[in-house]
Design a protein around this ligand. Structure first.
Ligand code: 5AD
Ligand code: SF4
Length: 476
């Protein structure tokens, strides 16, 4: 191992300290020596995982463009290829290893090409070790806490003979005003906080993303005013657990207050993700129901419908408490759509416990359910639990669960037949060039026909034919 490398350490990542997070709020200025590094060169970023990664990739793109790089449409034409990775489940990781393998021939053809890996995977010791030992085509490895150092890291990679590895195990300061190239023209991601302190026993995120750190409300509002002035119609407030916003800043009911301020900016559509049932307060429920520009769609992960499993998962709420929040939201917003995440096959989950989950899923009739088989993540408490459930059983449970969830999704969509809904137009549909697509306020995908339709408009669409995963319609 090189003495210049900064490698990740799980032990360090597990430590949480009380030191106050520092905010760096000056205008961003790129050091002169990096300003033309990317001249006549192209970059491409492949992003895996959640919206936090999508937003990070926008910052990475912004930094590379500040250095003079231009966006490439293919790997073949790129001078730097970055994979912004996810490690939430084993299959996410395998996908990235496959992709690194696929890039080998490009590196052989062009030794000047820089292949870089960043994101949650690189925060793991075992991953960095594997890449260093096995994937020699990778030149640059950095993590989730040092994206702002990208210009220096690229410079080092270009001019040093050895590979560049810099992964901080502990989260750093909050750096405002980094440049960003937003990939959406009408929908913007807005980080409101970083990290996670919940430590659900199955989850790797608290180790890869560090402790909870909230951005200052005024900085969030400033960013929202900027995107609004640029014509953005929709924002999604991002955090691993948005309901905990402001706790670390000592603000009571921080998310409810923030949401109210955000609603008052008048931006047409506001979404947020992800909510944790544990931190939901009355104030939040009221604000969500009160403002028309907060969309009636809530993603609220349930994970399991059995209290013993929830306890083993470290979720800190019961099925009854979850139900209470759900019912209150339903009462305040009868048209609200709900989606959730469910994990099947948690270590030692019994048939009866799985059936409890099925029963609750049938009770809630979610509009959409993201279903997963438990994946053991090294370093998490659940990975140390002995597990007597076979993979065959887990797969069968997933299959049964999916049968239920698709039926509910279809039934929910059927209620839209002949209704006129507001749709934010994304553009022409990917599959059919005579058809437009967009989303309702309840986050339903609509494919529709019409004339003189412009991207970024919010228009009325009559639903003609509901399907399981989308709605067909015509503009009115
Ligand atoms: N195995 C399976 N699913 C997981 N998730 C998080 N960690 C794991 C894991 N180890 C799921 C949870 C979470 C979603 C983003 O991914 O359901 O809400
Ligand atoms: Fe994947 Fe979680 Fe990292 Fe998002 S925060 S990229 S879901 S591991």
């Amino acid at each position: 191992m090189s003495e210049h490398w900064t490698l990740p350490s799980l032990k360090e990542a597990k430590k949480r300290n009380r030191t106050q997070v520092q905010f760096s709020r000056e205008e961003y200025e790129l050091d002169e020596k990096y300003q033309s590094l990317g001249q006549h060169k192209r970059y491409i970023i492949h992003t895996y995982g959640c919206q936090a990664n999508e937003r990070d990739s926008e910052t990475i793109a912004g930094l590379l463009e500040a250095m003079g790089f231009e966006l490439s449409t293919s790997d073949e034409e790129a001078d730097i290829i970055l994979l912004n990775t996810c490690t939430i489940r084993e299959n996410a990781v395998n996908k990235v290893y496959g992709q690194i393998g696929n890039l080998k021939h490009l590196k052989q053809r062009n030794p000047e090409l820089i292949i870089g890996i960043c994101g949650c995977m690189t925060q793991e010791e075992v991953v960095v070790k594997t890449i260093l030992e096995t994937y020699h085509q990778v030149d640059l490895i950095f993590g989730t806490h040092n994206i702002h150092r990208l210009p220096e890291l690229v410079h080092q990679t270009m001019f040093s003979k050895e590979r560049t590895v810099e992964v901080f195990s502990k989260e750093g300061d909050i750096i405002e005003n980094l440049p960003a190239h937003r990939f959406g023209n009408y929908k913007a991601w807005i980080n409101i906080m970083y990290g996670c302190d919940k430590f659900c026993t199955y989850c790797i995120v608290p180790y890869t993303r560090g402790k909870e750190r909230s951005r200052l409300t005024e900085d969030i509002l400033k960013e929202i005013e900027e995107v609004k002035a640029d014509g953005y119609q929709e924002i999604t407030l991002l955090g691993q657990n948005v309901n905990a916003y402001g706790k670390d800043l000592g603000i009571d009911d921080g998310f409810g207050k923030l949401l109210e301020e955000v609603a008052k900016t008048g931006i047409p559509r506001i979404r947020f993700t992800t909510s944790h049932p544990w931190d939901f307060t009355e104030k939040m429920l009221e604000v969500i129901a009160q403002y028309d520009n907060i969309m009636p769609y809530i993603h609220l992960p349930l994970q399991s419908g059995n209290n013993d499993i929830l306890k083993l998962m470290g979720r800190r709420y019961t099925v009854e408490e979850y139900t209470e929040i759900y019912l209150k939201l339903k009462e305040l917003m009868p048209n609200c759509a709900f989606s959730t995440d469910i994990i099947v096959g948690f270590p030692n989950e019994t048939d009866e416990q799985f059936e409890d989950t099925l029963r609750m899923v049938d009770y809630f009739q979610f509009d959409n359910v993201y279903t997963f088989i438990f994946s053991s993540r090294e370093g998490t408490p659940a990975a140390r639990m002995e597990d007597n459930v076979s993979m065959e059983t887990k797969k069968e449970r997933l299959r049964i669960l999916n049968e239920h969830t698709i039926l509910h999704a279809y039934q929910k969509n059927l209620a839209y037949k002949d209704k006129v809904v507001k749709v934010l137009v994304d553009g022409l549909s990917k599959k059919n060039k005579d058809v437009y697509s967009g989303y309702t306020d309840t986050q339903k995908l609509v494919n529709f026909t019409g004339h003189n339709i412009k991207e970024g408009q919010i228009i009325d669409v009559r639903i003609t034919e509901p399907k399981s995963y989308f709605l067909l319609g015509e503009a009115v």
